[in-house]
Structure formats: structure tokens, C-alpha cells
Design a protein around this ligand. Structure first.
Ligand code: SAM
Length: 245
């Protein structure tokens, strides 16, 4: 499929999967730079907060999964924690993204894998994260169930994702920036026709925080809660895989 098609297949299926793979392959070389520019560097802060909510301190030498890991910045944020002696598998299905991050930390292992069909046995990971990734999945419930399957009982799953601020005036300012300015900046820097139209389009159809919490609960997590950041421009959901009774 051509990456310059103007119709954006946000609703799912094979077309969305192919679009997402082609788009991230195309923008990979500019991805890190654009992330920092369009978020005013807040992406770094949000990844660090995601790591803090993971509870990795309970298994500092453990093995953790970062899904939709891209250029591995979230996996690296965990690996660089003082006292973290474990390893992080950074899984993504776009090799050009992983290749750009593979030298960032010796404790991070890049792996070409689809988040919907993870190549791991049950209950192997001490925790899992995903940053700005679940919005791109063709089947969110399947992604959550797969994560629950590979986590050890009691392990946490932390989901960092963009959302739309619920209240004015933040909502208005955000929509103005997100729908009009961001796609232009993205187009200029990435030279990709519509990659940065994908971002607002996919956030628009993404479930609101309460709905996402309910889906996490229905997919195998308990004690699900979330924090809203920057007036609701970003949400971090945390769920725990139940202990066996
Ligand atoms: C916006 S990037 C996020 C990268 C990184 N997590 C970060 O914090 O910057 C989304 C990533 O999700 C990956 N992705 C989307 N769908 C996927 C799937 N089904 N399986 C694995 N990776 C997927 C894309 O290839 C892309 O690298």
C-alpha cells in the first residue's frame, strides 16, 4: 500500500495494519526528533512517569516487555533507572524503527514482533509498558489480552497514550494545535504527506479514558486506574494482572 494515500484507515483491519507499518517505516529516521519537537519535549517526561508507575522496583533484576517499542525510548527510560539490573524486550513490527534504537542501551533487546500475537509463553514478564502504541492496533482488546497472557500474576501493565482534553479552554487550544499546526510541522520535518494527519485522526477515534479502563478490565486486568496529564492531552492507564486465587 502506498504511504501517501490520503484516505486514513483509522477504523481497523488489514488496511490499518498495512498503513501503520508503511507509515512508521517511512518516518523512522525523523521519528525521535519529531516526537520531541511536536510535544515540546514533554514526551520524555511522560515516558519517565510511565516507568515510575510500573512498579519495577519489586523485580529490579526482572524481565520486562515494552510493546510497540518503536525507537526504544520507553524501554531505555526503564533500563536507565538506577538499581535496574534486569532487561527489557522492546517489541515492534517495524524493523526500521527498532534499528534506530538498538544502540541506546545494552539492557534493551529489540525484537520484531506483532503486539497482537506475541511470541512468548504465558506468564514470563515482570511488567509491561506501551507508549503511544495501542492507538495504532487493529484490535485493542486482542492487544490487551495478549499482554495479560504474557504477564506474571501481580505484574503491572502501564499504557501511555494521547487523548483529547475534556474541558475548555485546554480542549480548544489543543484541538487547534493538534488538527492544524501539528500536521504542518510533521509534514515539513518528516517529508511524509500524511503521517502527522494520522496522529490527530487516530486520537479522535480512540476510546476515552473511562472506556479504555473498562476495556482493560474486560481483557484481564484489575485495579485499573489512570492519570490525566496536561489537562487531559495524555493519559497513563495502569492495570494489574490478578493473582491466582
Ligand atoms: C507512535 S510509535 C511509538 C513508539 C514508542 N513506543 C515511543 O514511545 O515513542 C508507535 C509504534 O507502534 C508500532 N506498532 C503499531 N502496531 C503494532 C503492532 N501490531 N505490533 C507491534 N508494533 C506495532 C509501530 O511500528 C510504531 O513503532
Amino acid at each position: 500500500m502506498s504511504v501517501s494515500d490520503t484516505k486514513l484507515p483509522v477504523s481497523g483491519g488489514a488496511e490499518k495494519r498495512a498503513y501503520v507499518r508503511a507509515m512508521f517505516s517511512a518516518i523512522a529516521p525523523r521519528y525521535d526528533l519529531l516526537n520531541h519537537v511536536i510535544s515540546f519535549n514533554l514526551d520524555r517526561l511522560w515516558r519517565r512517569r510511565t516507568v515510575r508507575l510500573l512498579g519495577w522496583e519489586r523485580a529490579p533484576g526482572g524481565i520486562f516487555l515494552d510493546q510497540c517499542a518503536g525507537t526504544l525510548d520507553l524501554a531505555v527510560a526503564l533500563a536507565r533507572q538506577d538499581r535496574f539490573t534486569g532487561s527489557v524486550i522492546g517489541a515492534d513490527f517495524v524493523m526500521p524503527m527498532l534499528r534506530l534504537g538498538r544502540h541506546k542501551s545494552p539492557q534493551v533487546v529489540p525484537l520484531n514482533a506483532d503486539a497482537l500475537v506475541l511470541p512468548f509463553p504465558d506468564e514470563v514478564f515482570d511488567g509491561a509498558t506501551v507508549g503511544f502504541g495501542v492507538r495504532n492496533l487493529t484490535d485493542l482488546g486482542q492487544g490487551f489480552r495478549e499482554t495479560a497472557r504474557v504477564l506474571k500474576p501481580g505484574a503491572r501493565y502501564v499504557v501511555l497514550e494521547l487523548t483529547t482534553p475534556p474541558n475548555q479552554p485546554m480542549r480548544g487550544m489543543y484541538l487547534l494545535y493538534f488538527r492544524h499546526l501539528l500536521p504542518r510541522i510533521g509534514r515539513m520535518v518528516s517529508k511524509h504527506k500524511n503521517a502527522y494527519s494520522w496522529l490527530p485522526a487516530s486520537v479522535k477515534v480512540f476510546p476515552e479514558p473511562d472506556v479504555l479502563s473498562a476495556l482493560m478490565e474486560a481483557s484481564g486486568f484489575e485495579q485499573v486506574g489512570y492519570d490525566l496529564l496536561l489537562g487531559g492531552a495524555c493519559a497513563i492507564h495502569v492495570g494489574t494482572k490478578p493473582l491466582r486465587s
